[in-house]
Design a protein around this ligand. Structure first.
Ligand SMILES: Cc1cc2nc3c(=O)[nH]c(=O)nc-3n(C[C@H](O)[C@H](O)[C@H](O)COP(=O)(O)OP(=O)(O)OC[C@H]3O[C@@H](n4cnc5c(N)ncnc54)[C@H](O)[C@@H]3O)c2cc1C
Length: 461
């Protein structure tokens, strides 16, 4: 079934770079120029954070307590507490800290930050609940863009919270499937050469499905998560929806991988639903993880190909800090170009492994995306057999450009309330303020040729 392994000589590298350059230039030209003044304000906030390492560190610590905050005033109190650790605060931070000193000030700060956060949140979060998100999902679909809904509310602490998240997921499936039945036909989003593609697509996080997911006792966490994941798989199967399981930090990676492969091998789930998982290219051992997935695909027959969403990984800073704290070697690449090259390497292996896998390349990096499209074409694939994925709010111009080029694009759409959305927002903010981020480079006006250039490995292969 698979073409197997990577064959660097399968495509001519020079022809590939030429094709990739053409694709990248065409996509760049098709990106709309956004002149929304509110976006410029958010970008100022991002600039501020990118220049200040201490501010960034304070924001990281803030993210950790966000799930425990119950109100905006609570959020404001924690935020000012963390900002108080910044030794030389810039003027706006100084003002925020002073406001945090009194109850009235905290309430005012809460309200002011609520207004700012709400505005910013609308860029990244499509609605407070799935029903409120339906308008955006339908508009995207009409514009030739599929979606995957993600219910915000990361790690859970109690069984009751985990069950509430599972119930919200089940309701979201019902709501989206019912609404999607009324969407107009979009053949390019609804079928590839392996068969029909569900219109409704939900992404779930295992850490939200169990409070017991701990690296020292993975079996307990897996069992508990499986008890809540099975009914969701069942529901998705009945409704003909796609269920995608996100990947989180390294301490849960093995448990999540095993959980997905075990559940999808169960007899009940051989016939469906359409399901998928995530491969993180920033992990040094991701090629071995792909070996495990391919080996599994070779022995487990399912009615639907497994969708593999290839990402670089959203927890890079967390993995680096965690490894330093314990004196371990970082599980992630530490040179950005090495991560980017591994992403390309895995893109090729995944595309070579079709039709057992459906490949979804999730990136806002024009080089990474153009590479996937070019490799697919030069190795004989159809455009319709490659899915490109972006995050709502970060990948909007790329999303539009991909849809305009008749490429299959899916936008990951977070849904939830503001407090639950804060951790997500701050993580996106930090990701974008990294000097090595593609979007940061693009925003500072780097030349297109530079953005599309082949990454150079830190140590020659
Ligand atoms: C649709 C979608 C779904 C996603 N789902 C998940 C998910 O389930 N799990 C998950 O973890 N992430 C997920 N992500 C997030 C994704 O991992 C980040 O958006 C992505 O890392 C940013 O990569 P990029 O290619 O867009 O940008 P780029 O700017 O090219 O890459 C930035 C990334 O490079 C890596 N990096 C940064 N600095 C270094 C360095 N010094 N050395 C090595 N590597 C470095 C980090 O991973 C960083 O995020 C998803 C993204 C999308 C678009």
């Amino acid at each position: 079934m698979t073409r197997g392994g990577i064959f660097p000589d399968m495509v001519d590298e020079r022809a590939l770079e030429e094709e990739l350059g053409e694709i990248g230039r065409r996509l760049a030209a098709a990106m709309p120029v956004t002149r929304n003044p509110l976006k410029a304000i958010d970008e100022k906030a991002m600039d501020l954070a990118s220049q200040d390492a201490e501010l960034k560190a304070a924001l990281f610590r803030f993210v950790d307590v966000v799930p425990a905050c119950r109100s905006l005033e609570d959020l404001a109190r924690h935020l000012t507490g963390f900002l108080g650790e910044v030794e030389q605060p810039t003027a706006p931070i100084g003002v925020a800290m002073k406001m945090g000193n009194t109850r009235a000030g905290r309430a005012a700060l809460g309200a002011a930050s609520a207004a700012g956060v709400r505005r910013m949140a609308h860029r990244f979060i499509v609605g407070e609940d799935p029903k409120a998100a339906l308008g955006v999902l339908r508009d995207l679909w009409k514009d030739g863009v599929a979606s995957s809904v993600d219910l915000l509310g990361e790690a859970t602490v109690t069984a009751a919270e985990a069950q509430r998240y599972a119930d919200r997921c089940a309701n979201a499936l019902d709501t989206i499937v019912a609404a999607a039945a009324r969407w107009p036909e979009r053949p390019q989003l609804e079928r590839d050469s392996a068969g029909p593609l569900p219109r409704a697509n939900l992404s779930v996080k295992v850490s939200a499905l169990t409070p017991l997911l701990r690296p020292d006792a993975p079996e307990r966490g897996k069992r508990d998560a499986a008890d809540r994941l099975r009914p969701l798989l069942r529901r998705a199967n009945e409704l003909g929806a796609h269920l995608h399981i996100d990947m989180e930090s390294m301490d849960s990676r093995d448990a999540v991988l095993e959980l997905i492969l075990d559940l999808l091998s169960e007899d009940e789930f051989r016939s469906g639903p359409s399901a998928g998982m995530v491969l993180q290219a920033y992990l040094r051992d991701s090629p071995q993880t792909l070996d495990t997935i391919l080996e599994w695909l070779g022995r487990v027959e399912r009615a639907h190909p497994l969708t593999v969403r290839l990402v670089k990984g959203a927890y890079w800073d967390h993995e680096i800090v965690e490894a330093r704290q314990h004196g371990w070697d970082a599980p992630v690449f530490e040179v950005k170009a090495d991560c980017d090259l591994n992403f390309e390497h895995l893109t090729r292996r995944l595309l070579d492994a079709r039709p057992a896998v459906r490949v979804a390349v999730a990136s806002h990096n024009l080089r990474s995306v153009s590479h996937a499209i070019a490799y697919n074409r030069l190795s004989g694939g159809q455009d319709g057999d490659l899915e490109l994925q972006v995050l709502r709010g970060l990948g909007d111009p790329l999303q539009t450009a991909l849809a305009r080029q008749d490429l299959r694009v899916r936008t990951y759409c977070p849904v939830g309330d503001l407090v639950a959305g804060m951790a997500y927002l701050v993580r996106r903010l930090l990701e974008n303020t990294s000097n090595e981020s593609f979007l940061h480079e693009q925003a500072r006006g780097a030349a297109l040729d530079e953005l599309l250039a082949r990454p150079v490995a830190s140590t020659p292969a």
